[in-house]
Design a protein around this ligand. Structure first.
Ligand SMILES: [Zn+2]
Length: 143
């Protein structure tokens, strides 16, 4: 937001200069010769063009900040819909566990696969677990 504040401050400074020129034209308009009047009008137009550029810059910065804010809101909302229990992550209304390693390390929401066995070495052992095929991690189901 510091960019927005700087850009807004610059725009206000330029508007002040433009108002100063307009005031001079209003006060001394009748006494100024045609060449000076033209010059002051050209200065006024330059200041107005500058302020337009600053406002466009502010608009772009605000748009970017708004997009970033929206993304953060979505991430926060998504984060709140998950809870951690029994060594894995759960999402409301979903009875398949999410991998905690992928969730916490890579911020990825990866469904695990329910298995009733695990492989240890070359042996197949009967044991219920959640298995993540993305990071190849097995989470034992504990009660
Ligand atoms: Zn994983």
């Amino acid at each position: 937001m510091s960019g927005v504040l700087a850009s807004t401050a610059a725009a206000v400074g330029i508007i002040d200069k433009a108002v100063g020129i307009a005031k001079k034209l209003a006060d001394d308009g009748g006494e100024l010769d045609r060449a000076t009047l033209k010059l002051e009008l050209a200065n006024l137009m330059t200041e107005l063009a500058s302020v337009k550029m600053e406002v466009v810059t502010t608009q772009v910065l605000l748009f970017e900040a708004e997009q970033k804010n929206k993304k953060l809101e979505e991430q926060l909302k998504d984060k709140h819909s998950f809870s951690f229990a029994k060594g894995v992550y759960w999402k409301e209304g979903d009875d398949v566990a999410f991998c905690p390693k992928c969730f916490e390390t890579d911020q990825k929401r990866v469904h695990t696969i329910f298995r009733d066995y695990k492989i240890v070495g070359f042996s197949r052992i009967e044991q219920q677990n959640w298995y993540c095929r993305v990071c190849d991690t097995t989470y034992e189901i504990t009660n």
